[in-house]
Write a protein that binds this ligand. Structure first.
Ligand SMILES: Cc1cc2nc3c(=O)[nH]c(=O)nc-3n(C[C@H](O)[C@H](O)[C@H](O)COP(=O)(O)O)c2cc1C
Length: 223
């Protein structure tokens, strides 16, 4: 698969088939992704991947915790800046509205939106859940390195015919994740990522988010 094809076909998959992903495939994806660059070659990513009973146990614990904290717990890092200025606020709103439209959940259907939000904590049915942690001493440059690693995982997954969904929402359940994923002392959860076969028939996977054209975010000077 060409890189351009992997980039074009990568979407955030929010409905997976339950078909397991062999451990060898997960290892191959990580083996490719480890080539991601990082400032000073720090390779700051700390990864834990859960499947089978380990994943089921985490999902069960989070489902129980959601009974008392339906909106999750406060996160250690701010998922979005406060306030979220324009044009970013508008982009986020559009993306949310388009997502809920795919499954016919209108803005006023709070219960329907909450139901969909909670699907995050089932990894949208993915058989594999990856978690990315960073040491708490790491700063913005290393978080950026982690982003490059995550995109590398997503593209390598495409080459395997698999799909992914990065999920910051898991930061709301960092304690539960830590208990099950057992990162080293001092590591902080950035996000989760579901990995598996896409359920092509599910309407939620019809969402194709928009992008600004190159001229809107880049200026090429001196050509
Ligand atoms: C770091 C990161 C965290 C994300 N967290 C979530 C999440 O918690 N739940 C979710 O449904 N989507 C999440 N997304 C997916 C974004 O909403 C998605 O990438 C964006 O809307 C663009 O759509 P696309 O990935 O389909 O191209 C996340 C994406 C990234 C890169």
């Amino acid at each position: 698969m060409k890189v351009s094809e992997a980039l074009a076909t990568r979407i955030s998959c929010r409905a997976f088939l339950p078909d397991p992903v062999p451990e060898a495939v997960v290892r191959r994806i990580l083996d490719h992704a480890k080539q991601a660059p990082s400032g000073g070659n720090l390779q700051p990513w700390i990864v834990r991947v859960l499947a089978g009973e380990a994943l089921a146990a985490l999902k069960a614990e989070v489902a129980a915790a959601m009974e008392t904290h339906p909106m999750g717990r406060p996160t250690e890092y701010a998922i979005y800046p406060e306030p979220l200025i324009q044009p970013f606020h508008a982009r986020r709103k559009t993306c949310g509205e388009q997502l809920y439209a795919t499954i016919g959940v209108p803005r006023e259907d709070k219960a329907g939106r909450l139901r969909q939000f909670r699907r995050n904590f089932e990894f949208f049915g993915a058989p594999v859940g990856l978690f990315l942690f960073l040491d708490r001493t790491m700063g913005p440059p290393q978080w950026s390195d982690a982003g490059m690693f995550l995109q590398s995982v997503m593209l390598a997954a495409r080459e395997e015919g698999l799909h992914t969904c990065a999920q910051e929402a898991w930061a709301m359940w960092a304690d539960e994740v830590e208990r099950h994923a057992r990162p080293p002392e001092g590591a902080m959860l950035f996000c989760g990522m579901g990995l598996g076969q896409m359920d092509e028939a599910h309407p939620i996977n019809t969402l194709r988010t928009e992008r600004e054209p190159v001229e809107r975010f880049a200026e090429l000077i001196g050509f």
